[in-house]
Design a protein around this ligand. Structure first.
Ligand code: NAD
Ligand code: DAU
Length: 348
């Protein structure tokens, strides 16, 4: 049956890939993207969907903030929205350490605005995209949906705050919410500040890459299109009020990840610079997600990790125009200088 989905954060990394996923896999759906176009949101990230005649007629874009209720209510009425999927967020831990305020505005208050709009307009389902970071860190075993919520950075605490708003809205007002929690994503169109795209774009330029501390922290990597299929599955088959982990058993240490990137790009070990850990005690040691709940309902990831990583690196090699436009911007250079200056010195 035909539906119209509002994808907030649709000009960012995962949101734009989710728009692509829906346009490809649900030919009778319309996609409406809303995005504030912060430093992380770029019109060049959605240009392919706007240009392609096969998708352009089913895709609309609105600039605006999720915490602006006039904008949100206006879009819901004008576009007759059936589902809301919320990707909009301040999403980078390192930035949250420098400037936590905007994280609370978007990741907590913004979620509340969407929940209120969901209730007011009788939206069928609102899926809030959360993160495994709300669980904090785990030395052994895996995070299940029943693990305690123990966030450690301003980013993860804000994400936990957004989730708690969703939970309370469901319990108090019966708002039709679903939450998903995923691990570290990688893939096409990822803004070059997170480990993989930051390192890949620097290695292509023969610049040194800053490995935090020992590099022995473990992340549970997920290819972005598997995350998108997990979200889509939870949206259509999930139970209202439930949370679902989305993971693909992609655990590896940062050191192992860097070695893979060096090999894929044929770059020397001398480009890795181990630096004092800028996250200090807030640096989570290990993430590991158990997704048996979603898999038990029939969801299956489709992308083997090594092949997806290789094709992601290839994408950055073949799409230099996309990321070079971003890294040339003053706000990008300012962040890199402010955050990494004291650690990288002349290697900046
Ligand atoms: P991103 O930073 O690439 O994109 C976020 C998008 O949200 C940007 O386009 C930005 O312009 C937009 N945005 C920011 N504030 C906004 C506001 N107030 N109103 C409207 N739009 C706003 O982030 P991402 O990596 O694509 O993450 C998307 C979502 O997935 C986030 O909620 C994040 O917490 C969650 N998540 C990310 C990962 C990951 O590894 N990247 C993993 C699990 C969950
Ligand atoms: O687990 C899900 C989360 O994954 C998402 O909710 C976040 O939005 C996303 O940013 C990501 O958080 P991390 O903090 O784990 O991702 P990041 O890529 O910033 O860092 C991954 C690991 O690499 C982490 O242990 C820190 C390390 N690192 C990161 C950068 C940017 C480095 O060693 N050097 C770096 O320059």
């Amino acid at each position: 049956m035909s539906k119209t989905v509002l994808v907030t954060g649709g000009a960012g990394f995962i949101g734009s890939n989710y728009c692509r996923y829906v346009l490809k896999n649900r030919p009778d759906y319309r996609v409406v993207a809303l995005d504030a176009l912060t430093y992380a949101g770029n019109l060049s990230t959605i240009a392919d969907m706007q240009r392609n005649p096969e998708t352009a007629s089913r895709f609309a874009f609105y600039p605006g903030k999720i915490q602006d209720e006039t904008v949100v209510n206006g879009i819901i009425e004008a576009e007759k929205i059936d589902y809301i999927i919320n990707f909009a967020a301040e999403s980078h831990n390192d930035r949250s350490i420098l400037e936590p305020g905007s994280f609370i505005q978007t990741d907590v208050y913004g979620v509340f605005t969407l929940l209120d709009a969901t209730k007011r307009h009788g939206i069928e389902r609102m899926l809030h995209v959360s993160t495994d970071e709300v669980y904090g860190t785990i030395d052994e075993g895996q995070f299940t949906e029943h693990s305690p919520i123990e966030p450690n950075t301003p980013y993860s605490a804000s994400k936990a705050g957004g989730e708690m708003q969703a939970r309370a809205h469901r319990v108090t007002y019966g708002t039709p919410t679903i939450v998903t929690r995923c691990g570290n994503n990688f893939g096409e169109f990822q803004y070059p500040e997170k480990l993989i795209p930051f390192f890949v774009t620097r290695l292509i330029q023969n610049k040194k890459v800053p490995l935090y501390g020992t590099g022995l922290q473990v992340r549970d990597w997920v290819y972005v299109m598997d995350h998108c299929s997990g979200i889509d599955f939870a949206l259509h088959h999930g139970e209202l009020g439930e949370a679902y982990n989305v993971g693909t058993d992609g655990e590896c240490t940062n050191r192992e990840m860097v070695d893979r990137l060096l090999k894929l790009l044929d770059k020397p070990e001398s480009l890795v610079k181990q630096i004092e850990d800028p996250r200090g005690g807030a640096h989570d040691k290990r993430y590991s997600i158990n997704s048996d709940k979603l898999k038990g309902m029939g969801w299956k990831p489709a992308y083997p990790f090594e092949a997806a990583l290789e094709s992601t690196v290839k994408w950055y090699l073949e799409n230099e125009d996309w990321w070079r436009e971003i890294i040339a911007k003053p706000d990008y250079q300012d962040f890199v200088a402010r955050f990494y200056g004291k650690y990288l010195g002349e290697d900046l």
